[in-house]
Design a protein. Structure first.
Length: 166
């Protein structure tokens, strides 16, 4: 309980610091396209809101009785598996971020989504095939076609494959 509280508090504080840092991003004219700080601010505001709600819940439920706390301790193995899954998803996100300039958005995004679905325990082959392809198509449509935000195309062969769709 204490570890969860401090981890949530750390994420909350870091999100606020990052939100303040987005004020230093260069701005475009008001009637032009969305500026570079728009999406980071949306994500950070959501993160701050959700962590604030979670912190409030943790503070309000801290006075639970001993029986409830003991039952949570008994579920330690399930919590350890969930922590391992969380760490694995974080590692996948880091690898996705650093691989994006090399492999490009269109190739790497469905692979990343497939791996995350597998880590989270999804085993239905329909979900594993349709979800990554559909979500990549939706993201491509939103960012490339509607918002005109360029996404990484990759290097070499990956660039040639990406250019067939751009």
């Amino acid at each position: 309980m204490v570890r969860e509280f401090f981890l949530t508090l750390i994420i909350f504080v870091v999100a606020i610091i990052l939100l303040v840092m987005t004020t230093k991003f260069p701005t475009l004219r008001a009637y032009d396209k969305l500026g570079p700080a728009f999406w980071p601010r949306i994500v950070l505001l959501g993160l701050i809101l959700l962590n604030g709600v979670w912190l409030a819940k943790l503070i309000l439920t801290q006075g639970q009785d001993l029986k409830t706390n003991l039952s949570k301790i008994a579920l330690g193995n399930a919590q350890e598996r969930n922590i391992f899954r969380l760490l694995l998803v974080i590692a996948l996100c880091i690898m996705y971020t650093f691989s994006m300039p090399i492999l490009g958005f269109l190739l790497l995004t469905p692979i990343f989504q497939l791996l995350v679905l597998l880590v989270m325990g999804t085993r239905k082959w329909r979900t594993l095939t349709i979800t990554p392809l559909l979500l990549t198509t939706v993201l491509f449509g939103i960012f490339i076609r509607i918002l005109h935000i360029p996404l990484p195309r990759g290097i070499g062969v990956f660039n040639v494959l990406s250019r067939m769709f751009y």
